[in-house]
Design a protein around this ligand. Structure first.
Ligand code: NAD
Length: 498
């Protein structure tokens, strides 16, 4: 029976049972139990109850996983595997995930807290990303280059896989980010050690089961669970890791970069953001209002590319804000398992308290709280949709990444594109920027001036064929698109005299 036909309670029961069984590392094609020490409990952020536990990996398991990935990388079964076969394995993996899509989405809802409908979309996106990356396996070539030195030469380039890739992922979109990284690394011909986030590790472990079922060779994908400060740090420090692809906070990313200096390890970093949203006076409000609201309240604001700094044109400020507040008031906050919920909890008590701390700072610094700022009654780490107006550029709620459902609103009178872009660019981050306008010249003019890795006009959402990454402290390198696969390769130049 296809997942979609399973009634919701049966589906969630199945997801719970699956989660309960995923408490080991996956190394060299085998499931390995915790060696000493206490396991790490995993909670459902919507009710604070334990749903499972994971093994607390140490340098010992990390070393075993890296060795397994190295052995798999050097094995002819992987190195000499025809590209078409590798593509086929990835496509098969995508099919297996698609068949299990609703159960995986239910696991994600229990583990991360996101609404079930959102989780289903994320799993569909993950399937699409894997298929997209599979398409590069047979297309990732080099080029023939005219050679000018004397003699008869044939000069060309190749894209060689970097080797063992360490993939470290966060908790906010675990399955989608994991699938995107794993499939890009495998498409490039690397082997993988994955370290899921300890706060939402379950679908990463489920992926390992499906990787094995798809027929990938033992050791090509390994998963070590555990704390970032222990398992993550050991992985980053391991001398036999060739590439680190990290998504998470800027502070952790900076530490990873420092740790990679000694042996010049290749590093890609997808970090934080404080993305600007510009609503011009000619914007189509029917689209801009839900677009802006879901751009910050979707996934409870726990999105690196969340549009958290809003600039609204004076001429439409009143009607736009009235409609935005109405829309935000109507958002149903609750457990992601419940029908019709659009905003789930934050991931942890610590994250909720951090967000509430920013809300207090916003009030203290003189912004006007127009909506929310509080938590609903009952268990779970919920924070209601929160909107501050009269925000100013120097306020912490405008400068710092909150990673929660908090929108800071400013207004502008002069639509001079240079001035507007200067205000939007006034951030140490530069991940995404959003523009709502019907004016083609403003759209192109702002796209050119905004210093962000992605600029989206009249919409949002992730397109896996386009590169994703940040300017400035939002990161280093790009994921997705051709760039995302090439990030797991090294370019080699070959010259042959004939
Ligand atoms: P985090 O940096 O604390 O953790 C991310 C991952 O790194 C987790 O798996 C964690 O276990 C691991 N980790 C922690 N310390 C480590 C260390 N010393 N060495 C190695 N690994 C370590 O981030 P988080 O709180 O889980 O995620 C939220 C952050 O991620 C936000 O700042 C958000 O903006 C960012 N994020 C960015 C993107 C992007 O694509 N740019 C996407 C999602 C999230």
């Amino acid at each position: 029976m296809a997942d979609a036909e399973a009634p919701r309670d049966i589906l969630f029961d199945r997801a719970r049972a699956r989660i309960a069984g995923l408490n080991r590392h996956f190394i060299a094609g085998h499931w390995q139990a915790q060696q000493g020490g206490a396991p790490i409990p995993v909670l459902n952020p919507a009710d604070e109850r334990q749903i499972g536990e994971i093994a607390a990996g140490t340098a010992h398991e990390v070393d075993a996983a890296v060795s397994a990935a190295r052995a798999a990388f050097d094995h002819p079964g992987w190195r000499a595997m025809p590209a078409a076969r590798r593509e086929q394995l990835l496509l098969h993996l995508a099919d297996l995930i698609e068949r299990q899509a609703d159960e995986i989405a239910a696991m994600e809802t229990l583990d991360n807290g996101m609404p079930f409908a959102h989780a289903r979309g994320a799993v569909a996106g993950a399937v699409s990303a894997i298929r997209y990356n599979a398409g590069w396996v047979r297309r990732l070539g080099g080029e023939t280059v005219p050679v000018s030195v004397p003699g008869d030469w044939h000069g060309y380039t190749t894209r060689d896989p970097l080797g063992v890739a360490a993939l470290i992922v966060p908790w906010n979109a675990p399955f989608a980010i994991t699938c995107s990284k794993v499939s890009a690394a495998l498409a490039a011909g690397c082997t993988v050690v994955l370290k899921p986030a300890e706060l939402a590790p379950m679908t990463g472990l489920r992926l390992a089961e499906l990787v094995a079922e798809a027929g990938f060779p033992d050791g090509s994908v390994n998963v070590v669970t555990g704390l970032g400060s222990v398992a993550g740090a050991a992985l980053v420090a391991h001398p036999d890791v060739d590439k680190i692809s990290f998504t998470g906070s800027t502070a952790t990313g900076q530490g990873i970069l420092r740790a990679s200096i000694a042996d010049l390890r290749r590093v890609s970093l997808e970090l934080g953001g404080k993305s600007a949203v510009l609503v011009m006076e000619d914007a189509d409000l029917r689209k801009a209002v839900p677009g802006v609201a879901m751009g910050i309240f979707g996934n409870s604001g726990q999105v690196c590319a969340a549009g958290s700094r809003l600039f609204v044109a004076d001429a439409i400020y009143e009607p736009f804000m009235t409609a935005l507040l109405d829309f935000a008031r109507g958002l149903r906050v609750g457990p992601g398992i419940a029908e019709g919920v659009v905003m789930g909890p934050l991931i942890s008590a610590q994250q909720r308290d951090r967000v509430l701390g920013y809300i207090e700072a916003g009030k203290r610094e003189g912004a006007t709280l127009a909506l929310g700022g509080d938590c609903p009654d009952g268990p779970g780490y919920f924070v209601n949709p929160t909107i501050f107006v009269d925000a100013r550029p120097e306020m912490s709620i405008v400068r710092e990444e909150i990673f929660g459902p908090v929108l800071s609103v400013m207004r502008f009178g002069d639509a001079d594109l240079d001035a507007l872009a200067r205000a939007a660019n006034d951030s140490v981050y530069g991940l995404s920027a959003y523009v709502w306008t019907r004016d083609l010249a403003a759209a192109h003019g702002l796209a050119k001036r905004l210093r962000a890795g992605s600029v989206k006009v009249n919409g949002a959402g992730m397109e896996f064929a386009l590169p994703f990454g940040g300017f400035r402290q939002s990161g280093l390198g790009r994921e997705n698109g051709r760039y995302g696969v090439e990030a797991f390769t090294e370019t080699k130049a070959v010259m042959i005299a004939y």
